[in-house]
Design a protein around this ligand. Structure first.
Ligand SMILES: Cc1cc2nc3c(=O)[nH]c(=O)nc-3n(C[C@H](O)[C@H](O)[C@H](O)COP(=O)(O)OP(=O)(O)OC[C@H]3O[C@@H](n4cnc5c(N)ncnc54)[C@H](O)[C@@H]3O)c2cc1C
Length: 410
């Protein structure tokens, strides 16, 4: 269908959606609140195989970005191995997007590099991206959407896709009164350590369930060590309180949190020149209405997922591609939105729920950490014996671009 589409948000969901719409022959303009310097947004992220599969459907190539992350190993703060799993990879395990035809390996990339690649690809294909456009309101009547921005300008189109993240304005417009972000009880920080040797092969994600704090590190093949830490905090710090913590103070706090743990966490923090400013972690309770007649939300705007499960970007990318297919294949916006929700809601809500449970494992009281470690170890050895990976359904998701929504191949 020859729609003119307003995409709000030039993050992962918005840019991927514009790319997939372009592939479907649908015109889209992306309106992003910030200017280009907003690229820093976070440290790095791992794109699981289902995210890579969806990017392939949008014809996006990540070659040259980041490094393969084929496996994840888990240890306790006492240094005991809890288990090792493929990071959703095809390699020899059968996990990974079924029917995708090619083996995929999860990939760890700097967030800013991923944004840049998506943006450059969008520009190369002729997608318009307008910066400094913060959505403040939108209305629809007679099949036309009118969006207004904080700078006083407006845009008109046949439909609006809100890909404006956790604190979405589009969500407030479509579903007024919907509860906002849910604090997860964990903070997040991280960094890139240099000049340190760790006992791990490059690309391996090492997750350490410390007594007081979760830590994960992945050696880059170039010798850097990329890491994150999740200090628990029952009380949600305000933005001002977070901003008041200097990198030196983060370093001091983290080293103290890891004081009784075995493993390299404290040394990796010491070897990091600039510990990143921390932020709170959130998810979103199920949002009852994702769309009205002409506007829809996707990605974090619709179903933000706790970072613990490493699937928020993956869900945003899958959303973007599935929505583009629905708009390509169905005769009207309303039927495309309904089909999209039918294809997406159950899956993303299961992922959000699993993310909450995973986050819970990281936030246990130190007195309960030995019990947690025991339960995890038993669970992991059961998994190794039976091969019954409870996360497999997440990674096995496959999007066939050439299959029409409804089942027929184009
Ligand atoms: C610490 C942390 C670690 C994570 N690690 C992983 C991981 O390893 N793997 C993974 O898959 N996911 C991970 N995630 C989740 C992932 O980052 C998000 O799910 C993903 O960024 C969501 O993409 P999005 O495009 O929906 O939202 P965003 O990336 O937040 O993009 C939203 C965009 O909309 C813009 N915007 C906001 N409001 C407006 C407005 N009113 N008008 C116009 N534009 C607006 C914003 O500036 C932004 O560019 C992690 C998240 C966190 C916090």
């Amino acid at each position: 269908m020859a729609y003119t589409t307003i995409v709000i948000g030039g993050g992962i969901a918005g840019l991927t959606c514009a790319l997939a719409l372009h592939r479907a022959g649908i015109e889209a303009t992306v309106y992003e609140a910030y200017d280009r310097s907003a690229d820093r947004a976070g440290v790095y992220l791992t794109l699981a195989v289902n995210a890579l599969d969806a990017l392939r459907a949008a014809d996006v190539d990540l070659r040259g970005l980041g490094f393969d992350t084929p496996r994840i190993t888990m240890t306790s703060g006492s240094g005991r191995t809890l288990g090792e799993l493929p990071y959703g990879t095809d390699a020899g395990t059968g996990a990974g997007p079924s029917g995708s035809g090619t083996a995929l390996t999860s990939r760890t990339v700097r967030r800013a590099d991923l944004y840049r690649r998506l943006r450059e690809e969008a520009v190369r294909r002729g997608v318009r991206i307008e910066h400094g456009k913060r959505l403040v309101d939108a209305t629809s009547s007679d099949g036309v959407v009118a969006a207004s921005f904080a700078d006083g300008t407006t845009a008109r189109g046949d439909l609006l896709i809100g890909a404006d993240g956790l604190r979405s304005r589009a969500r407030e417009i479509i579903a007024p009164g919907t509860p906002g972000a849910r604090y997860n009880g964990l903070l997040n920080t991280g960094g890139y350590a240099r000049g340190i040797t760790v006992d791990s092969e490059p690309g391996m994600m090492n997750a350490i369930f410390g007594r007081r704090c979760f830590f994960a590190f992945t050696p880059h093949p170039n010798g850097e060590v990329w890491w994150v830490a999740n200090p628990p905090s029952a009380v949600e710090p305000s933005p001002a309180e977070l901003a008041a913590i200097s990198p030196q103070e983060w370093r001091r706090r983290l080293i103290d949190l890891f004081r009784d743990d075995r493993g390299p966490a404290a040394d990796i923090v010491r070897a990091t020149e600039q510990v990143f400013a921390g932020w709170n972690t959130y998810d979103l309770a199920p949002v009852a209405a994702w769309h009205n007649d002409r506007m829809i939300i996707i990605g974090d705007a619709a179903h933000a997922t706790a970072p613990s499960i490493g699937q928020g970007a993956a869900m945003a990318i899958e959303d973007a591609v599935v929505l583009a297919k629905c708009l390509r294949d169905l005769p009207a916006v309303e039927s495309a939105f309904a089909a999209y929700e039918g294809l997406r809601r159950e899956r993303v809500e299961r992922v959000v729920e699993q993310g909450r449970r995973t986050g819970g494992w990281k936030a246990v009281h130190p007195a309960a950490s030995a019990l947690r470690d025991l339960v995890m170890r038993l669970g992991m050895s059961h998994l190794a014996r039976t091969g019954n990976d409870p996360s497999r359904w997440i990674y096995e998701h496959h999007i066939d671009w050439d299959e029409r929504v409804g089942g027929v191949r184009v």
